[in-house]
Design a protein around this ligand. Structure first.
Ligand code: SF4
Ligand code: SF4
Length: 391
């Protein structure tokens, strides 16, 4: 916090005019709280008090740092306040509305929704040393377990021997500020990776990408979206969008704004599929948060909704394509028709006569889907085992 209080040049001058304020121009949250970071953080340091709604309203999107002439990291400062608040509150978030996320995280690490699978022959010896493990994450299995099964089969086809770990990366625990609990949970995920012997983790979620990159030194992280460019799409999907009368505006996920190979991969996929795309002015490195970042939806839903609506208003097309299932929910809540890119890869040709849901699923359906995803993954490996036995 000290560097921001000291180095931020955002202050009012003698005439009462705001100086700098570049971060406020790109951030609804800072604009809503109506004070510059310098004033916020100076006050917090002087009084040792903070309204918890302030740090828990940050989307952790890094857009402020991107535009800041001093490259000040507000995201990190708000995250460190979250950690302090949790320490002062006996390990829990001080925001009551976060109890649902705490429960979500307990379930996300429960054996009911987790599985680790390797390709093994009937006698238990491995076909070949496992080099890769696929990690679908949480939001994709909650959205459509069928897509998890389809992409896993494709990976198995192109990269035989790929193992799977269905477990959360713990990012929501981390974002609440529960640092010790996060490390304890991540260690369980790391044990699963290490047990497979994999040296590469293929992720379908951009939050998982960052967490694995930072906390799994034994493995290299690879995004599914850049990997597909290397291994190719399923034959049946090539050109599927050519007869479509839709244009999809691409929403890039903010956690990987600085990972250009993911942006290239997504555009390559859309070109191979043959769908028309709309590039938003704020895309790739300059993308904005969908509104779901930083778990803001739970603490400050009206702000999250403002961010969602702002984002969807930037697209001319009524249809958007995303590569994160949470971003898809946000685009729906912002009033657009939105699909996950895997819907386009494994679906029929989408046209304007298609039915597009207008609301995200309720949580019960999400949990049911996660359970189904576990079963579908196990089914893929069990059928591999059976076909080995017949050989
Ligand atoms: S952009 Fe940077 S220097 Fe300018 S007001 Fe924001 S934090 Fe301060
Ligand atoms: S990280 Fe994003 S939401 Fe948080 S202060 Fe910066 S721009 Fe605003």
């Amino acid at each position: 916090m000290e560097p921001i209080a000291k180095e931020c040049i955002g202050d009012t001058n003698k005439e009462g005019n705001l100086q700098c304020g570049k971060c406020i121009a790109v951030c609804k949250m800072l604009a809503n709280f109506k004070v510059t970071p310098k004033i916020h953080f100076t006050k917090i340091l002087e009084t040792n008090e903070v309204d918890p709604m302030l740090p828990y309203s940050c989307n952790m999107c890094y857009d402020c740092t991107r535009v800041c002439p001093k490259k000040l990291d507000l995201r990190e400062a708000f995250q460190s306040i979250r950690k302090d608040l949790v320490k002062e509150n006996a390990g829990s978030s001080p925001i009551k509305k976060h109890r649902g996320i705490e429960m979500h995280q307990r379930l996300s690490f429960s054996s009911l929704f987790n599985t680790t699978q390797e390709d093994k022959k009937a006698n238990g010896s491995q076909i070949k040393p496992v080099r890769r493990v696929f990690m679908p994450g949480c939001s994709l299995p909650s959205y459509k377990p069928e897509l998890v099964e389809s992409i896993l089969k494709h990976l198995q086809d192109k990269l035989p021997g790929t193992a799977s770990v269905l477990k959360c990366c713990g990012k929501p625990t981390y974002l609440l500020g529960q640092e010790d609990l996060f490390h304890e949970r991540y260690a369980r995920l790391q044990d699963e990776f290490d047990a497979t012997g994999a040296d590469e983790v293929i992720v379908a979620c951009q939050n998982c990408y960052n967490m694995v990159k930072e906390y799994s030194p034994n493995q290299k992280v690879v995004s599914l979206w850049s990997l597909l460019q290397e291994i190719g799409l399923p034959e049946a999907s090539l050109g599927v969008g050519k007869g479509s009368n839709l244009t999809f505006a691409i929403h890039d996920s903010c956690p990987t704004r600085f990972v250009p190979e993911i942006h290239h991969g997504v555009r390559w996929i859309m070109t191979e599929l043959g769908y028309n795309i709309e590039e938003l002015e704020k895309s790739k490195e300059n993308t904005t948060c969908c509104g779901m970042g930083g778990m803001v939806g739970a603490a400050n839903f009206s702000l999250a909704k403002e961010v969602m609506t702002e984002r969807t208003s930037q697209a001319s097309s009524q249809h958007m394509v995303v590569y994160c299932a949470s971003c898809r929910d946000a685009m729906l809540m912002g009033g657009k028709k939105a699909l996950h890119i895997l819907d386009l890869i494994f679906g029929e040709t989408y046209t304007c006569s298609h039915f597009f849901p207008t609301k995200p699923y309720n949580p019960l359906i999400n949990w049911k889907n996660r359970f189904k995803a576990k079963k579908y993954i196990e089914k893929v490996y069990n059928s591999n085992k059976r076909s080995d036995q017949h050989e």
